[in-house]
Design a protein around this ligand. Sequence first.
Ligand SMILES: [Zn+2]
Ligand SMILES: [Zn+2]
Length: 269
Amino acid sequence: MKNGASVTVLGARGSVPVSGPDFMGYGGATVCVLARLAGQAVVLDAGTGLLELPRLLEDEERRIPLLLSHPHADHLLGLPLCPLLLQPGFRVDIYAARRHGLDAEGQVRALLSPPLWPVGPHQLPFPPAFHDLPPRLELGPVTVESMEGVHPGGVSLLRLTGGGRRVVFVTDCTITDSLLPALKEFARDCDLLLVDGQYSDDEWPTRAGFGHNTWTAAARLGRDCGAKRVLVIHHDPAHTDCQLDAAAEELRRIHPDCAFARAGEEVLL
Ligand SMILES: [Zn+2]
Ligand SMILES: [Zn+2]
């Protein structure tokens, strides 16, 4: 698939990683996605799924852009032991919008420094390079555009376009009435929409302020923006494989090609 278009879900869990027999189907690793468009690999978020990345890279994929939606811990937890920063031969470029007065390096340093971690990012054997995420960024043949979402502390929603394909990444964002029109345009007619749908409709009343969505709202966004395919991400740590399997039909009733993302799943676009 070197010159093709694909998306591989490395981690689909939200909030904290989970493990155990109840989570084998959808996976316990937190959010991390590998997108390949026009032969260019781009990594979205650095949850614990990032640890799976090296075995998926082609020999010539040595310079890896990593785009961070926001600096909550579940989206950074893969960085301290990211194999690409511990072994020679790679260059990782981390892009993030400024948040809480911190640039990309400051956000990563908040997790990668004592007392939370013994060393800072520049003490890693092969440190990443840090960059501000501009509204529009060219990564070889891939154009990255971002818009601001609705989440405590803010979040960058990301749109990747290249080789005639478009992938939109909407994690950790509540689809509010005021955001919806702009979000539908942002995701309009994309080939794949990855969208936060952490909660069931029943759970929503006690979780509405947490910065996420119901999975039915996620599926409706996919339907209403004309996404060809929809993967719901950021699964709640309490939701077992059985619960997500049981809810899958709710998604398909809204959009025929909408499903809960599974870690390890590759989608060809
Ligand atoms: Zn999250
Ligand atoms: Zn978050």
